[in-house]
Write a protein that binds this ligand. Structure first.
Ligand code: LTN
Length: 328
């Protein structure tokens, strides 16, 4: 079975864009060996409140389960609980170049204008490479923003393999298509991606939002004055965004939705979308609360950590042998 690895940071709330990506994680569990990781070690590359970080770590795991990740099929665990990640990251740091890390656009963006920039932020992509390479990963579902990091992970793997012989599986990206909801845009500005860091609360919907917040966000969403309900990313980005979300939540094809609303205005599309989104969020929220209250999320994380530990030890020992570290 092909192996998939992906990580999500336990910072900020999960919005619809993240959710649609995570729904794709649920699909993968049917025919691939999926390893999903709460990457809290990546989160501390920027300052975090310890109490909030700990809560968010468990909450993100509960949310994974609430949206349909099946712990019998998937390995779900917390990065900091498997020390092989830190160990391999250190080793790979010694095979990564300042020059290539300096070219990472995310680093340039996140460090721009800061007085203090930690080396953790700088070597963040090396830790991500370690995450992926530790599990002989074949595929990594990534958005556009992470493509460059995955490319670096491949470069490091190839470089190491060339020097020491076949050690790492070289991972391939799995890039979602725009029609599959890869680019969910902000409600207040459909030319910008929906983002955790956007300060306008109505720019996004998060999975734990109330029905009235969902309603306000969608009803206020920026559209255009042309009034026809048509998917056209260039001329009608706002309406196209609503159609993409509608399609992802209803399972209907975009063309079907266009015909359904042929003689209708934006108001009725939006009203129905509010209903559809609220129905699904309400199911997720009920499940989420049940999972957190029952404490089952902690059992899942313990089992996940065991399996992740077993798998990663094999690869880490392989690496240690190659570079001349003792493994007994
Ligand atoms: N950098 C990623 C999170 C991440 C990740 C990974 C994704 C950390 N390690 C390994 C895929 C594979 C992000 O911020 N989206």
């Amino acid at each position: 079975m092909k192996r998939v690895f992906s990580g999500v940071q336990p910072t900020g709330q999960i919005h619809l864009g993240n959710y649609i990506t995570m729904k794709n994680f649920v699909k993968q569990q049917e025919d691939k060996d999926c390893i999903y990781c709460v990457v809290n070690m990546h989160s501390i590359t920027l300052p975090q409140d310890p109490v909030i970080l700990r809560d968010r770590t468990v909450e993100l795991a509960a949310l994974y389960l609430a949206i349909g990740i099946d712990p019998k099929k998937v390995t779900l665990f917390v990065q900091s609980q498997v020390s092989a990640h830190a160990e391999l990251a250190w080793i790979l740091n010694c095979f990564s170049y300042m020059g290539e890390l300096n070219r990472m656009t995310q680093f340039k963006d996140k460090s721009a204008g800061k007085d203090v920039v930690t080396t953790g932020l700088f070597t963040y992509p090396v830790l991500m490479a370690a995450d992926i390479l530790l599990y002989d990963t074949h595929y990594v579902p990534v958005g556009n923003d992470q493509k460059q990091h995955l490319e670096l992970a491949r470069d490091i793997a190839i470089r190491f393999n060339n020097k020491f012989g076949e050690t790492f599986v070289v991972p391939e990206p799995m890039i979602a298509k725009v029609e599959d909801g890869a680019r969910i845009m902000a409600f207040d500005d459909p030319n910008q991606k929906m983002s955790k860091s956007n300060p306008n609360e109505f720019s996004k919907i998060t999975l734990l939002d109330t029905p009235s917040k969902v309603k306000k966000s969608i009803m206020r969403a920026t559209t255009d004055s042309d009034m026809t309900i048509k998917y056209d990313l260039i001329n009608k980005p706002g309406v196209s965004n609503l159609l993409t979300i509608y399609s992802q939540f209803s399972g209907m094809r975009i063309s079907e939705i266009e015909s359904k609303y042929e003689n209708e205005g934006y108001g009725s599309l939006k009203k129905d979308l509010v209903e559809i989104v609220n129905q699904e969020l309400s199911k997720i929220q009920t499940e989420y609360n049940r999972i957190l209250e029952s404490g089952e999320v902690l059992d899942v994380l313990k089992a996940g950590r065991e399996r992740a530990h077993e798998l990663s030890t094999v690869v880490l020992d392989r690496v240690k042998n190659k570079i001349g570290f003792l493994t007994f």
